[in-house]
Design a binder for this molecule. Structure first.
Ligand code: 5GP
Ligand code: ZN
Length: 118
């Protein structure tokens, strides 16, 4: 069934507590935890507890949960970095650098960002 946990999915295992993670915030529908390879002083991943391969497919199937992910991204940024501003990134597809195919928002903050990087 759509959204069901996938046995071979790393982030489903984090949701179930089978793989440890440094959780900074959890709700009924989402988990936020520190990225294992941070790209900024604040680098948190916000994921839905349901399994969809990317943010677009999550939003199409479960728009309320996609909205939860966005709201939590803002809440976590405020919690971790105050009102200094932050960036949300959804890598989508291997060609864009997605490596874990369970929808997730990267919440990045605590440094400046060059845009576009080239
Ligand atoms: P993607 O490249 O798919 O957009 O992002 C996946 C992210 O997951 C990467 O930034 C990577 O560092 C992070 N990641 C990969 N494995 C683990 C893990 O076991 N624990 C945590 N906390 N983050 C992970
Ligand atoms: Zn998953």
């Amino acid at each position: 069934m759509a959204g069901e946990p996938q046995a071979d999915c790393l982030f489903c295992k984090i949701v179930k507590g089978e793989v440890p993670a440094t959780v900074v915030k959890e709700t009924e529908t989402t988990v936020a935890f520190r990225d294992i390879n941070p790209q900024a002083p604040v680098h948190v991943l916000v994921i839905p507890k349901v399994h969809y391969p990317d943010a677009g497919s999550l939003a199409a199937a479960e728009p309320a949960i996609a909205a939860d992910v966005l709201r939590e991204a803002g809440e976590v940024a405020l919690q971790e970095n105050g009102e200094k501003g932050f960036r949300i990134v959804f890598n989508t597809g291997a060609g864009a650098g997605q490596t874990v195919f369970h929808a997730h928002a990267h919440v990045l903050g605590g440094r400046g960002f060059n845009w576009p990087p080239g």
